[in-house]
Design a protein around this ligand. Structure first.
Ligand code: URA
Ligand code: SF4
Length: 233
């Protein structure tokens, strides 16, 4: 497939759009070439009133077929982790850094291919518009792609996870941002001795996010990850 110059999503994003307007406009996006081979655009789902926003990487195979985020195996793992963390699943707004599925065809199978930085950048106007519409109090970026989408910088998941970062978002100055692992990264460890530890780590980070939303939680000062990062997380 030709890799033509990408204009980015900006011209398809309705300025000042609420979630319904953004969702209605998303299927027309041609901001990068990923729309050409994908089945559906996968816009975020959840309430515009949500205080918590969870950001993933890009839709997977199931999400591409159904047009909804986190409805496949990674979504089930995320739902389990949210339940263990005491976060009602429907209280969060859930979306992805990139809205179309990038894959490679291997026979009949479609194998996930990580989005390039150019795709994250091209798709960023959608994510920014979602942040502006929802104005979440807490945003959890799950994995390095989500981290780049939310913070527009390289994120080191292992070093930065689980704590409130000091970054301020132009789209939502008062949103507090945490990074954690991507549920798919935990899923890949299923059947290995590391699975429980990684799953528990995801739950712990989601608990931290949930605690920030409780009365008084908003006053918890940000911690500096450079000075108190554990040697191993
Ligand atoms: N992985 C993601 O990052 N997002 C989804 O929606 C599903 C799987
Ligand atoms: Fe538009 Fe994002 Fe899809 Fe690219 S991935 S076409 S920028 S919605």
């Amino acid at each position: 497939m030709a890799d033509f110059a990408r204009p980015g999503a900006e011209q398809w994003v309705p300025e000042g759009g609420n979630l319904a307007e953004l969702r209605a406009a998303a299927p027309s996006c041609q901001g990068c070439e990923l729309y050409l081979d994908a089945t559906h655009v996968v816009f975020g789902s959840g309430s515009q009133q949500a205080d918590l926003m969870l950001v993933g990487e890009q839709p997977g195979d199931s999400e591409d077929r159904q047009g909804r985020p986190f409805v496949g195996p990674a979504g089930r793992l995320l739902a389990d982790a949210l339940a263990q963390a005491g976060v009602p699943g429907d209280s969060a707004y859930v979306t992805n850094a990139v809205k179309h599925f990038r894959f490679e065809e291997r026979g009949k199978r479609r194998l996930h291919k990580s989005p390039a930085v150019a795709h994250i950048v091209a798709c960023n106007p959608w994510l920014e518009a979602e942040v502006r519409a929802v104005r979440p109090k807490v945003i959890v970026a799950m994995g390095a792609t989500a981290g780049r989408g939310v913070l527009s910088r390289t994120v080191r998941v292992t070093a930065e996870r689980g704590r409130v970062l000091e970054d301020r978002l132009p789209a939502a100055e008062d949103a507090r941002v945490l990074v954690t692992v991507h549920p798919s990264a935990v899923l890949r460890l299923r059947g290995t001795p590391e699975f429980d530890r990684e799953f528990d780590g995801l739950v712990a980070d989601l608990r931290t996010a949930a605690a920030l939303l409780r009365p008084g939680g908003a006053t918890v000062p940000p911690r500096r990850w450079s000075s108190d990062a554990p040697a191993q997380s």
